[in-house]
Design a protein around this ligand. Structure first.
Ligand code: NA7
Length: 551
């Protein structure tokens, strides 16, 4: 380190999505020097990237907005109960313009490396283009699902037609009249499949495990409804603050066994037919998401509804998950997904029986066993195969902490964090969205508001007390990981093979489950963060400039 090297910035935020934008706004209010870098050409993160046909929220739009400005709440009208990608992106752009955020953001700026400089207590951040930024504190808002993954089969990238992940759907790609393969039936696959099925000449869906879905219940929001919603924003946000996942839905305190089977079925039919968003999943009898027997009964109910909607019984069975119960993985919201499989131009292929052998020049070759193959010849291949979730965005940056330790190495056997906001050996590096954080599993804007509000209060504390070095304590880190593991285990969600448990990392599904997310609920997480503020940050070691002088 050159002795003359000093930080030129107080706070660097990585990522200009839902989280980074709000954090930027809050730090500008505090009055510190702050800058945002984002690898995209525009703001919005997830909503900038995911432009595939059919992409939309599956949380109610009016709960998926910032709550910090009454003026903003008064000005913005939502058009649909579950807003499309375009509407959400327009909203985020409106926010950025209204609060004059753009001039603090550098686009097309991908962070390649970030090194902790002990002799000076700051981060030397290098962008892929070569620019270096020296920041006292770095705040990570890179998103949870921003590193797409592809099947690990030969030939990916060599297809002669158009090959795209849902995450980076080309702006000029029109699939009308084309022969298309979609691989994957998670939330993204379900949306794109439903949207394009009518337009394409032929659609072949390649499915590994089936995924549970529930009707989304989308529809327009009339001017009258909008006025009513607006008048109840205070109550809506208060309510969302009280629910485990920050949604408008909360588990029913009634147990499924408290009511008769007839009553249960009536309730479930009502939720299925008239519910919205996650009501069947998050608003159900509380034991359905915690205990095997009630979960099995609910799963069987949903399976029957699928059987009623899909004409071919064999196809219906394929669409019903057999390896996990309803809600053990994140349930996808759907609008006519099952009926797609009644169309003559749509075929469902079971990859468990016929795995992908390779991607070829003309399409995909399936392995039929006994040396036989089947060639699917198409114009477009869509990978709806998910993400290197949660830790992927961190792994992609070469973070070097104290004594040059690499974050990727430190997390080799799974991430460990102090209260979901820091990792030991990485002082002054804060994770606003990352592993084991309550922000990650909540209705996103609600979850990140908790963390950003904590971060903002912490920044005020740092500035007022001249704190120059802030690092998680190892014992607090161990305690947090143990707590997260224990509390997560209460939910069936913690035991499935999904990105929540790190099972799609590198697509190696036999890998050891990891403690990726925190399932203890947003109110509990919010209280835990507040305890740190109230008790003078006992889980962290804080040192002031003056301390440095004494060393
Ligand atoms: P998900 O939910 O991770 O879904 C990915 C899908 O792709 C899922 O059906 C996977 O099957 C399938 N997949 C993954 N790898 C492969 C390979 N190698 N071969 C075949 N099929 C594969 O990602 P999404 O983008 O749909 O949704 C992500 C989140 O966005 C979602 O949770 C919401 O929060 C919004 P599997 O089930 O693993 O057998």
């Amino acid at each position: 380190t050159a002795p003359s090297e000093t930080p030129d910035l107080d706070y660097l935020i990585i990522g200009a999505g839902v989280c980074g934008l709000y954090q930027l706004h809050q730090l500008l209010e505090v009055g510190v020097s702050v800058r945002v870098v984002d690898s995209n050409a525009g703001l919005g993160g997830t909503w900038y990237n995911n432009r595939y046909p059919g992409c939309r929220f599956d949380s109610e739009s009016y709960t998926y907005q910032y709550s910090f400005s009454d003026e903003l709440l008064a000005e913005w009208d939502w058009k649909e109960r579950f807003a499309s990608q375009a509407e959400t992106l327009a909203y985020l752009e409106y926010v950025a313009d209204k609060f004059d955020l753009r001039r603090h953001i550098t686009f097309n700026a991908r962070v390649a490396r970030a090194e902790w400089v002990e002799d000076g207590w700051f981060w030397r951040v290098t962008l892929a283009e070569g620019e270096q930024i020296r920041a006292r504190f770095v705040l990570c808002a890179m998103g949870l699902l921003s590193v797409p993954t592809y099947p690990r089969v030969p030939g990916v990238g060599t297809f002669g037609g158009v090959e795209t992940h849902t995450f980076d759907w080309p702006e000029d790609l029109d699939v009308t009249g084309k022969r298309v393969i979609v691989i994957g039936t998670g939330a993204s696959g379900v949306q794109v499949i439903t949207d394009i099925a009518d337009q394409v000449e032929q659609l072949i869906v390649l499915q590994r495990d089936a995924n549970w879905c529930a009707p989304l219940g989308n529809g327009p929001i009339t001017a009258e409804e909008m006025a009513k919603l607006r008048a109840s924003y205070d109550e809506i946000f208060d309510w969302c603050r009280s629910t485990p996942a920050g949604f408008i839905h909360r588990p029913d305190r009634t147990l499924s066994t408290d009511v008769t089977r007839e009553e249960r079925l009536r309730h479930w039919n009502d939720l299925y037919d008239n519910g919205q968003g996650a009501s069947l999943y998050m608003g159900n009898y509380r034991d359905t998401m915690m205990e095997a027997a009630p979960n099995r009964e609910l799963s069987e109910f949903v399976a029957d509804r699928i059987r009623q909607r899909v004409h071919d019984p064999e196809v219906a069975e394929l669409l019903i998950p057999k390896d996990h119960g309803f809600g053990n993985k994140r349930v996808a919201g759907e609008s006519g997904f099952y009926e797609v499989f009644n169309q003559p131009n749509v075929e469902l292929v079971d990859l468990m029986a016929y795995p992908i052998k390779e991607v070829t020049e003309t399409g995909i070759r399936l392995d039929l066993g006994d040396g036989r193959v089947r060639d699917l010849e198409v114009d477009v291949i869509v990978y709806a195969t998910g993400f290197d979730a949660v830790t992927g965005p961190f792994d992609r940056i070469d973070f070097r902490g104290v004594d040059g330790v690499r974050l990727k190495d430190q997390w080799r056997d799974g991430p460990e964090t102090t209260v979901g906001v820091q990792a030991t050996n990485f002082p002054n590096l804060f994770m606003l969205v990352g592993p084991q954080s309550g922000s990650a599993t909540a209705n996103f804007p609600r979850g990140i508001e908790d963390v950003v509000n904590w971060m903002t209060a912490t920044v005020r504390y740092l500035e007022e007390h001249d704190i120059a070095r802030f690092e998680g304590r190892r014992e607090a880190e161990i305690a947090w990981v143990d707590h997260v593991r224990e509390i997560n285990s209460l939910l069936l969600l913690a035991h499935s093979k999904s990105w929540f448990n790190g099972h799609n990392i590198n697509l190696d599904r036999d890998e050891r489950p990891r403690v990726m997310v925190y399932l203890g609920g947003a109110p509990r997480y919010r209280r835990r963060l507040q305890e740190e503020i109230d008790n003078g940050y006992p889980s962290f070691e804080l040192r002031s400039r003056a301390d440095a002088g004494r060393e």
